[in-house]
Design a protein around this ligand. Structure first.
Ligand code: SAM
Length: 214
């Protein structure tokens, strides 16, 4: 069964790779716990692992845990002894994510912070925490603020990735002017033009923004 909006080229590319068994396991848990089936696509999950591995990430931060699939992808790339802080609004989702991370062998790597990400980000800044990699994948209206926080909490050269920058076509449909759409457009423009960043955007699946903090 395919998810909405997946094109034939994406299906072809997906078919080249062996199915990620953790993807299937997390989806089972999402269904069993009445959670939405909106984890990052495995193709982008693989890219997250690759980017984290290639840039030698020690400390990663994710905004939006859901069932832990992106957490697993990030943890696969993090250096030995490294860490992942995962921010999740809903305690019941964080519990599912934690159990999936533990089942995948990454229980020791991850620390969950429950509640509104804006509050957790403020707290991480107060604690003087810094990160080498950010994955933004929570409420779309928050993206511009999450980008500012990521820049603030970044070590030099840190990488920022953000999913769903196309909002299933809404981003490019100029008749759509809802708050999430406007926030995502502002976020995408910052990825393209903010002088503190070197940005790029991948328009496959639901759109992935990438940037390096200069
Ligand atoms: N990154 C996950 C993955 O790929 O496996 C998927 C995350 S899902 C698209 C978005 C998540 O963000 C949901 O679990 C939702 O509860 C969480 N979320 C929404 N608003 C939030 C907020 N203000 N602070 C923290 N988490 C939030």
């Amino acid at each position: 069964e395919e998810k909405d909006g997946i094109q034939s080229a994406e299906r072809y590319v997906d078919g080249l790779f062996e199915e990620d068994e953790q993807w299937a396991k997390v989806r089972e848990q999402l269904a069993a716990n009445d959670m939405p089936d909106i984890s990052v696509e495995p193709g982008y999950g693989r890219l997250l692992t690759l980017l984290v591995r290639a840039s030698g990430v020690q400390d990663a931060l994710e905004i939006g845990a859901l069932g832990g699939y992106s957490g697993i992808c990030l943890a696969r790339g993090i250096r030995d002894g490294g860490s992942l802080v995962s921010l999740e609004l809903k305690p019941e989702f964080a519990a599912v994510a934690k159990s999936n991370m533990e089942a995948a062998g990454f229980g020791d790597v991850v620390e969950y912070r429950i509640g509104d990400a804006m509050k957790s980000l403020e707290q991480l800044a107060e604690e003087g925490r810094k990160f080498d990699f950010f994955f933004i994948d929570a409420d779309k209206g928050g993206y511009p603020a999450y980008l500012e926080w990521a820049i603030k909490l970044a070590r030099p050269g840190a990488v920022i990735a953000a999913d769903n920058t196309l909002l299933r076509g809404k981003t490019v449909d100029m008749t759509r002017t809802g708050p999430s759409v406007l926030a995502i457009r502002a976020f995408n423009e910052a990825i393209a033009r903010d002088e503190r960043l070197l940005g790029a955007m991948l328009p496959s699946y639901d759109g992935l923004a990438l940037a390096v903090v200069k």
